[in-house]
Design a protein around this ligand. Structure first.
Ligand code: PHE
Length: 354
């Protein structure tokens, strides 16, 4: 009880729905951070956590990130996130039933929360959830009438963010010959690695999953580095594309890069770490600006009828314009880039404020 009181009082979001899924032993958490600009919309993350508290905090922070992501991108959507905290030993057979029950909960929320794929969920999972809540699920397979996988669009947005960053650092947007270290070769990281190799960048990656390592090394031919070495490697751009919280006092001190541009959500452990990065002369592309591509593309294709090509154009443009503006604003106002990005989003969230 005390736990929930503390967690909710200190949070500036609107509400949280928590449900215990008895058959699978999983906790379902849906955090509604803001419906100011539209229905709370965000992906569904499925993984195991150390406990309910950690899962609730993750849902809270991720849903806040979505509020800023939509606002900065100029979308008329609010911030929300679904977290399904499964038991570490949950059997595969329990998954479809869990997703069906999760979908039926979303259906009963009647449009308060809309979802799509995120870490740990796939487009096929969206088909199952969407079977129960057809109007409230993005990113189903094309066969089921959805726009499919957001990952290539997220990767495209991150790539554009890297070009803007290179332009800012070197007065040249080309990534050819630049050394880029990718942390996490999941659905986004591997597409990004592939695109960067084609652009002539010197790409290195790390992951902990043997299958992902194998794929990137042997199918893509990207150089692998052990996870524990990832922060020390001298490079132009460090790209966090896995879990959040990787930019903290301990890691920033070890980092030998000129910029951080990646796809992971909530890369900063604490908001002050953006200042810490600045003090270490590391240019930080705010995560919710760099990684908006998937969300923008999939929702645009499904609600505005964009083709894939149109979606790609929108993603590139949104990331380029916003990030260039943020770097400028950060310089002009003498604030860190994360604060500059929040300022930009705030002007859309609270247009009446000067
Ligand atoms: N996982 C996406 C993100 O964090 C969320 C999303 C994807 C939302 C697709 C809607 C559609 O940005």
């Amino acid at each position: 009880m005390e736990l929930m009181e503390e967690l909710l009082k200190d949070w500036d979001g609107e509400s949280i729905i928590i449900s215990f899924d008895r058959p699978s032993g999983a906790w379902i958490i849906i955090a509604i951070h803001s419906t100011r600009l539209g229905p709370a919309t965000g992906g569904t993350r499925l993984k195991s956590y150390s406990g309910l508290r950690e899962a609730v905090v993750d849902a809270q922070r991720l849903s806040e990130g979505m509020t800023y992501k939509w606002a900065a991108a100029g979308s008329d959507m609010g911030g929300g996130k679904g977290v399904i905290a499964v038991l570490p030993d949950m059997v595969e057979e329990a998954r479809p039933g869990l997703l069906v029950r999760y979908g039926s909960l979303i259906q009963r929320l009647n449009g308060l929360f809309l979802t799509g794929p995120d870490l740990g969920t796939s487009v096929e999972d969206m088909d199952i959830i969407g079977g129960e809540a057809p109007e409230y699920v993005f990113g189903r397979t094309p066969t089921a009438g959805g726009a499919g996988d957001p990952a290539p669009f997220t990767a495209l947005g991150v790539f554009s963010a890297m070009e803007v960053t290179a332009q800012h650092l070197f007065d040249d947007p080309s990534l050819a010959g630049r050394r880029i270290v990718i942390q996490g070769a999941g659905s986004v990281g591997r597409v990004l690695a592939d695109t960067l190799c084609s652009a002539g960048a010197d790409v290195l990656f790390t992951d902990v999953d043997p299958q992902a390592i194998n794929y990137c090394r042997h199918e893509l031919g990207v150089k692998y580095i052990p996870a524990e070495e990832v922060y020390e490697i001298k490079c132009d751009i460090f790209a966090p594309c896995a879990v959040g919280g990787v930019l903290n006092q301990a890691t920033i001190q070890r980092m030998d890069c000129l910029a951080v541009v990646g796809a992971a959500n909530n890369q900063l452990a604490r908001s002050e770490d953006a200042t810490f990065l600045q003090q270490h002369s590391i240019l930080y592309a705010p995560d919710f600006v760099a990684n908006c591509g998937g969300a923008i593309a999939i929702t645009g294709m499904e609600t505005r009828g964009w083709t894939k090509e149109e979606a790609s154009v929108h993603v590139r443009q949104a990331v380029r314009e916003n990030l260039a503006r943020i770097y400028r604003l950060s310089k002009e106002e003498g604030i860190n880039t994360d604060n500059a990005a929040r300022l930009l989003a705030d002007t859309r969230l609270n247009p009446s404020n000067p």
